[in-house]
Design a protein around this ligand. Sequence first.
Ligand code: FAD
Length: 394
Amino acid sequence: TPETYDVVILGAGAAGLMCAAIAGKRGRRVLLLDKADKIGKKILISGGGRCNFTNLHVNPAAYLSQNPHFCKSALARYTANDFLDLMRHYHLSWHEKILGQLFCDQKAPAIVEMLWTECQQAAVTLRLNTDVTQIQRADAQFHLHTTQGAFQAASLVIATGGPSIPRMGATDFGSHIAKQFGLKNIPFSPALVPFTFDQTLLEGLFAGLAGVSTPVAVSCGDGYFREQMLFTHRGLSGPAMLQISSYWQKGAAVQIDLLPGLDAYAWLQSVQQQRPKAELKTLLAEVLPNRLAQRLCETLFPNRPLGQYGDKMLQSIAAQLHAWELTPAGTEGMRTAEVSLGGVDTRELSSKTLEARKVPGLYFIGETVDVTGWLGGYNFQWAWASGWCAGQYA
Ligand code: FAD
């Protein structure tokens, strides 16, 4: 005979742990299942082990989705401050790194321990190393067959995350379950991921630049970010490029402003007057990393003393510095993507409860849902908020 619970939650990651604690506190008998050998693996590796657990500037515009309004309700009902209250309760502290990004002073394991303590206080049952082999719905109950026996519950919450970093066991299990129950999916694709470039560019313009980092403003489609860009052996990375990758589609160019906040034309004109004998590469090295300045003057711009450039040429150099267009060959893919775009089509779900409209009792939370945040703590906040909401109703 199957073990019976009120709620079964698949996936003991960020969203699943939050949901389990909240549902358990309502007096629901909760079973939390995970195929991994420990809970919260992605929390543990996040933010270089310090977990960038939320952001002070959480707002719906920081999330990508085919249905941008969907995330508003959950984000408004469970805010960054609510999570900070929980941390205060556990005497955990944090610091802001940049751009509202909050990191845990006691590091990522302390966050996992806090969530697990909440689950234990709510009498949540945990089963690790458990693979679900079959799910059926009959008589208003979900019947689960697993490698650790059979379970049933009226509510089933899918919190199995997205497919990024498959070597950690990440899968698109959530979208298979959605499909099984007749719900539409937006196909998963890698996001917050470094760009790769063609060999000709890597051996040409980018040669010798790996490791160079510089602040830029980058845009592509609806995306615009001012952060650091990093040259790598395979292309471009750094927060600016990770952010814009979520807005990029194959074949599109990204536009890079190498001198954000500076009027390059006015600056070049004034140095032309004051130091006409200074070479362009010397001047560029005053506002850009030296190696990048050299490389630009070896490939893109003719390097001459500034006095020798006509006005048209100065304008053209300035324009290229502000709007350098590069077309990535691709991305590093799911192997290194921090999150994935796509997931269960939000039009299938209630934004209040995260329950599937067509399948009473079936919930999707966290990265399984087509809501993807910017880099900087936004994805965990979506996991906490969506988990909290489903935890109120499951
Ligand atoms: P997850 O936390 O991935 O949890 C899913 C759980 O489901 C896992 O425990 C998994 O083992 C389990 N599971 C999977 N398939 C099954 C199955 N078939 N049956 C049972 N269980 C299953 N976001 C931030 O906001 N800030 C950061 O600093 C940050 N850093 C990151 C660093 C890295 C390297 C990576 C990869 C991601 C980072 N993220 C960060 C993104 C963040 O980790 C995810 O958005 C978040 O973990 C999603 O939460 P989730 O609960 O939906 O999924």
